[in-house]
Design a protein around this ligand. Structure first.
Ligand code: ADP
Ligand code: MG
Ligand code: MG
Ligand code: MG
Length: 676
């Protein structure tokens, strides 16, 4: 979540008149940033995670686990504590930061400063995450606990699921039948975002997740708990038109998706070119990591037949009008838009020769005037497409006080559109007036129950990102296949039941490249330490994960022109990760080969292996994903009636168990290695 501006938010009818203003100035701001930073080079690898939590308040007598709505007090307390810690130490870098999130029951934490590529930093991430959780735990009430579970199982059930209880009948921003107004962060930005998405769309959002049909689930399943009459806004046309599908779990508000917790990792790149390459390479990785981290099988008191949050969030912020969704001919709106603004990436952005335009095979409308303006300013057509595609969206929240901005010194209008394009990977230009460089944010992963797991998946992704750059891996797939992988990744037990499109040959022409050489496009002043020994010129190993990798030159006879369809195949995730015969060594093997190129102490290797081992054991199935573990916990609970219902009692016991696992007082050997 970006900066929270303070001010008076405009309702949609007023805000929409400023949409072009925000877009025009947003592009001016981007171009100003571009002019200042396009040649910036040599930034070292800096990276950091974002972890989201929900806070649960336990009613131990009534055996109910409810969402605590004390975010404002909790954040005020944590901010005061961390400020004190920072002033005691005389520096703020080592003191974590806590941020508000959409749900009034949520928190987000980030490290006090980003990690570098040093092994010691990488190996400190679990401690850093644990430190943040300890802080959060310490300053909560005795009956409150912060959780890193992706979805709260009973969000939106009839009865008491928040502390304090609020009646959903007057949910004025969302018009939800299930979630009270008070579920949302009270900062003006969030209720306005909720209401303006609904107003722009012309109806409530509507999400139907397939129900997990168990042996005693009533069929056809027509949800008896939907309180059609309860809401004073029940004239809502969408609801009247049968928004809730049979055999599905129906959800009707932004809070169902934006109330989920995830794990994100951001990397700083050497320069804009490397950021664009890394972005593209991570696009096909996003669905794979989603399947591996799947953690959210329970929704609104039911077991779903999916394991992930992605489609819920995508649907819950879908502000497209009926015209834009293709349900009516275009009249008021300018574009048919195939995807929600929360969705998988639709366009690759690198100008590398390996990026074939055929890979961009899904419809990705763009604003022609913005595209022309960007091109006229010297931005290449590929990046101009990306930005002008993001800018087909309207700004949803506009504060009256910040309509006029100094475009040299602000990026607010740019960020207004950029940061409400919630895609699997985000390309982040340097902020104005800061030392931060070009960054790429990896956004698909579900948050894991323990910091050990969150550290493991973060470390795996950072190592994979270096292997990709060091070996010049080419992971390009047509975007339509990446989208298909996203759909498959969310299915129940996708890790073991699905196959995923993957590139047959990931190496550059001439085979794997060596990771020793150095980027020639940067002046050595900015780049990290030299690749060759200054004494004898021999390649020198480094103990640091780094940026600034050399590019693969285009082969003299041009790029190979195989039909795109011959470039990929369908593989199991096990084959993708562990390799497939001799043809493809697998992502783990590439990560290990990369590690071999570093001069790592044995002790560090052992420590790293502990994290990689978790990811391997999740992949090979000797450990369950969180989604599978949670689903099985519910289904084997003595109070479960095989009817797909997650009762208050089951939810309570599940949350107690998840907390015990997190604290290490309960072993779950089928889920986590023992002795963690
Ligand atoms: P957002 O919510 O906008 O995605 P946050 O500020 O919550 O972003 O988190 C950004 C993450 O990026 C944090 O983990 C932070 O440590 C990390 N980070 C900060 N500066 C840099 C940098 N220069 N390069 C890479 N990562 C950075
Ligand atoms: Mg967040
Ligand atoms: Mg954040
Ligand atoms: Mg983020």
């Amino acid at each position: 979540m970006g900066l929270l501006s303070l001010g008076t938010p405009l309702a949609w009818d007023d805000a929409k008149h400023y949409a072009d203003h925000v877009r025009t100035h947003g592009i001016t701001q981007f171009l100003n940033i571009w002019d200042r930073t396009k040649d910036r080079c040599g930034d070292e690898l800096l990276w950091g995670d974002e972890i989201e939590y929900f806070v649960v308040s336990f009613d131990n007598e009534g055996k109910n686990a409810r969402l605590s709505l004390r975010q404002t007090e909790i954040l005020a307390k944590l901010t005061a504590i961390t400020n004190d810690m920072a002033s005691d130490r005389g520096e703020s870098d080592s003191v974590p930061t806590f941020h508000p999130e959409y749900g009034r029951f949520m928190l987000e934490s980030t490290p006090g400063s980003p990690y570098t590529g040093s092994l010691s930093d990488i190996l400190s991430i679990e401690d850093d995450m644990r430190h943040r959780r300890r802080l959060a735990r310490k300053y909560l009430k005795p009956d409150e606990i912060p959780y890193t579970l992706t979805s709260f199982p009973r969000l939106g059930v009839p009865g008491v699921f928040t502390d304090p209880y609020f009646d959903p009948s007057d949910a004025k921003s969302s018009h939800s039948l299930f979630l009270p107004e008070e579920i949302t962060n009270p900062h003006a930005r969030f209720p306005t975002l909720t209401a303006n998405i609904r107003r722009r769309r012309g109806s409530k959002v509507s999400i139907n997740l397939p129900l997990y049909i168990d042996s005693r689930t009533p069929r056809p399943f027509v949800d008896p708990t939907i309180p059609w009459q309860r809401n004073i806004y029940s004239e809502d046309p969408e609801a009247k038109r049968g928004a809730a599908l049979v055999d599905h779990i129906y959800m009707d508000a932004m809070g169902f998706g934006m109330g989920c917790c995830c794990l994100q990792v951001t990397f700083q790149s050497c320069n804009v070119t490397e950021a664009r390459r890394l972005y593209d390479a991570l696009v096909p990785v996003a669905p794979l990591m989603l399947a591996l981290t799947a953690a959210s099988p329970l929704w609104r008191g039911y077991i779903a037949d999916v394991d992930c949050r992605w489609d819920v969030i995508s649907g819950c912020v879908d502000d497209r009008t009926e015209e834009e969704r293709g349900l009516k001919p275009l009249k008021e709106n300018r574009f048919r838009i195939p995807k929600s603004r929360y969705s998988s990436v639709s366009l690759y952005i690198s100008d590398h020769w390996e990026h074939r335009q055929e890979y961009n095979d899904v419809e990705a409308p763009y604003d022609q005037a913005i595209y022309d303006r960007l091109q006229k300013h010297g931005i290449d057509s590929i990046l101009a497409r990306h930005i002008s595609h993001l800018f087909i969206r309207d700004p949803i929240v506009i504060f009256s006080e910040t309509i006029d901005q100094d475009d040299m010194n602000s990026n607010d209008h740019f960020e207004n559109i950029q940061s409400t394009n919630w895609q699997t990977v985000r390309f982040k230009p340097p902020p104005v007036n800061s030392t931060i460089g070009w960054r790429v944010e990896f956004r698909s992963m579900e948050v894991q129950m323990t910091d050990f797991e969150n550290a493991a998946f973060s470390i795996f992704v950072v190592l994979l990102s270096r292997a990709i750059l060091a070996f010049n891996l080419n992971l390009y797939l047509p975007i339509s296949k990446v989208d298909e992988n996203m759909a498959r990744a969310q299915k129940r037990n996708a890790l073991h039941s699905q196959r995923f499109f993957f590139r047959k040959n990931v190496f550059p022409p001439g085979g794997p490249s060596r990771p020793e050489s150095r980027c020639s496009s940067c002046s050595s002043s900015g780049a990290s330490s030299p690749a060759t020994s200054p004494v004898d010129g021999t390649p020198r190993k480094e103990r640091k994960l780094r940026n600034c990798w050399p590019d693969v030159p285009r082969p003299p006879n041009g790029a190979p022109a195989k039909p795109v369809e011959d470039e990929y195949e369908e593989l199991s995730l096990q084959d993708i990760m562990f390799g497939k015969c001799d043809a493809f060594p697998g992502l783990f093997s590439l990560v290990y080969t990369y590690l071999d190129s570093l001069e790592i102490e044995e002790e560090e290797r052992v420590k790293l292996e502990r994290y990689l081992e978790l990811v391997k054991r999740r992949t090979d199935g000797t450990l369950k994903t969180a989604a599978t573990w949670i689903r099985e916990f519910v289904r084997s609970h003595p109070a479960y009636r095989s009817d797909s219902v997650v009762s208050q009692e089951i939810n309570y016991d599940l949350l107690v168990a998840a907390d015990e696992i997190e604290r290490g007082v309960r072993q779950a050997p089928d889920f986590l290695p023992q002795g963690i």
